[in-house]
Ligand binder design. Structure first.
Ligand code: AHR
Length: 553
């Protein structure tokens, strides 16, 4: 790539430039001023981006369910059978493909039978997260009223057009309860006592739940197993589960970040009964939270966390650097899975991901694990979704943790107030990738350089992903640099651009965020792109996420 001043020196004079057409002038401008390049290789298809990669996670934790999703049928807050209408409307816009429920750690303490049958008869239970609730927090967060159970969750999924993904309790309920829950959800109308109970709860027709998590974080809150012990349990829980004509997809409780031994130990033990056992598992869950902002000073889970709102420029790059680890986790666990599953029958399901900051930035006081979502988290999330898009053959499903009033939330809500966070906007922009053919895309840009406690450090300068729906190209790009634009030449090998649009999410304040009173402080802006050219010149603003949606010739 030529340095900028060489481009200028070789440029045409003003008079000559007047003779060239408007569109070739654009291309010429790109050749003169660019410092970066993106080349899309449409012939090199990586695979189909599963819509489920854009999935969500809803745990019965803090304000996620009660207040976030469920407001109650008698509430003055607009609702559809008790479910917050504004949330339903927003989730339809982003084409939410799948939702995981009821946990998280909560799942391995949950008895699904408490959440079915007449609402008035349902028991109140101490929530798994109850001890973490403030004394003056909401009662429904400490003592689970079980008002939002299986039928309500399935109804929520139906309203937004998403697949339900249920996480079953492996730590504290027997295997029988697992297959009875499957029976409750999937046995045909009128066939079983549980189908009748489901009908009494408002749904004669089966829910046809395909995705079933078999425990959650079974190395920790989900039972404190060794990987070998868990593999034995997994086999037991998934053997001879009734199908009811449904191709059930069992998801094993996978590792936390780089616990390679958990993945290796599980798969080695699983296949001890024979190679065919690989067919019993559809997905392997990976959880990864970016949390340690101490720059190597500690590995303590509490002390190592950073602030959601008060951060400096180094913290900006550090959380992105941590998010970038997702790439190596996908590669690493995939490789280990391949040792016992060389045909890669089992796919990765990244069903908890996002940054995790220390408490103190909650928009609704006392909402446990709620944190404020800034532009930084939007950039983090764009980069993470791009990572998934670049591995469509490996990542079959994912769930951002968590949907509302929690960690990397798309929405914040309290009583009748609601807002879409910058992360919610990223999901809106990236929805266009769902079901597209991911194609190899080369990025070349100057690295970001910054001072990390006296040490010069670098981070990538531009990254993203591209997918094709026929002749419609979707290119998403993250510019992590806090102050520099990236003037970029974009080309699709062997093809001309026609026309399209560019949607950008950014703000001059890196701490910018949306609240109940300033709902649109961070919102995407869309403009048309005249692109009748072979090389498209586009300048990516600093600290931004951009989607280019362009029709090709
Ligand atoms: O998302 C919050 C918690 O983080 C989940 O319950 C658990 O699975 C993970 O450790």
């Amino acid at each position: 790539m030529l340095p900028r001043r060489d481009f200028i020196r070789t440029g045409l004079t003003g008079a000559t430039a007047l003779l060239v057409s408007k569109y070739s002038r654009l291309a010429l401008h790109a050749a003169e001023a660019s410092d970066s390049r993106i080349e899309i290789l449409p012939e090199e298809v990586l695979g189909t981006i599963s819509p489920n990669v854009y999935g969500h996670f809803t745990e019965n934790l803090g304000g996620v369910i009660y207040d976030g999703i469920w407001v109650g049928e008698d509430s003055k807050i607009p609702n559809i059978n008790g479910i917050r209408t504004e949330l339903v409307n927003e989730m339809r816009k982003i084409k939410a493909p799948a939702v995981r429920f009821p946990g998280g750690c909560f799942a391995d303490s949950y008895d699904w039978k408490d959440g079915v049958g007449p609402a008035g008869n349902r028991p109140r239970r101490t929530n798994f997260w109850g001890d973490g609730e403030a004394p003056d927090g909401q009662t429904s967060h400490k003592y689970d009223p079980n008002r939002f159970g299986t039928n309500e969750f399935a109804h929520f999924c139906k309203l937004i057009g998403a697949e339900p993904y249920l996480a079953a309790n492996l730590r504290s309920l027997p295997a029988e309860d697992f297959y009875r829950w499957v029976e409750y959800c999937n046995s045909p109308a009128g066939t079983t006592t549980l189908a009748d109970l489901r009908a009494a709860g408002g749904s004669a027709e089966p829910f046809n739940v395909k995705y079933w998590g078999v425990g959650n974080e079974s190395w920790g809150c989900g039972g404190n197993f060794t990987p070998e012990e868990y593999a034995v349990e997994f086999r037991r829980y998934t053997t001879w589960v009734p199908r009811y004509g449904q191709k059930l997809a069992f998801i094993g409780s996978g590792p936390n970040d780089d616990s390679w031994n958990w993945t290796r130990g599980f798969f080695e033990e699983l296949v001890k009964k024979g190679r065919g056992e690989i067919r019993s598992i559809w997905g392997w869950a990976l959880h990864y939270y970016a949390w340690n902002m101490s720059r190597g000073r500690t590995t303590n889970w509490v002390e190592g966390k950073g602030e959601a709102l008060k951060f400096d420029t180094v913290d900006w790059y550090e959380i992105l650097r941590q998010g970038d680890v997702m790439e190596s986790l996908i590669q690493g666990h995939w490789q280990i899975m391949g040792e016992n599953d060389p045909e890669h029958h089992v796919k990765l399901v990244v069903d908890e991901w996002g940054p995790w900051y220390r408490p103190g930035s909650e928009l609704t006081p006392h909402d446990q694990l709620e944190q404020m979502i800034t532009l930084r988290d939007a950039v983090f999330s764009g980069a993470t979704l791009d990572t998934f898009n670049r591995h469509p053959e490996k990542v079959a499903m994912a769930a951002c943790a968590q949907l509302i009033n929690c960690l990397n939330s798309l929405y914040l809500a309290h009583e009748d107030r609601f807002c879409v966070t910058p992360v919610g906007h990223v999901f809106g922009m990236y929805a266009a990738h769902q079901g597209g053919q991911a194609v190899r895309t080369e990025f070349s840009a100057p690295n970001v350089s910054y001072d990390r406690d006296g040490k010069a450090t670098t981070f990538w300068g531009l990254k993203g992903s591209a997918s094709l729906h026929g002749k419609d190209l979707v290119l998403t790009v993250v510019n992590p640099h806090l102050s520099e634009t990236r003037a970029t030449e974009i080309s699709v090998r062997g093809v001309r651009f026609k026309s399209g649009s560019a949607t950008t999410l950014t703000n001059s304040d890196i701490h910018a965020h949306n609240t109940f009173t300033e709902r649109d402080a961070v919102a995407p802006l869309t403009k048309n792109v005249e692109a009748n050219t072979k090389v498209l010149a586009y300048t990516f603003p600093p600290a931004s996420v951009t989607k280019l949606a362009i029709t090709l010739e």
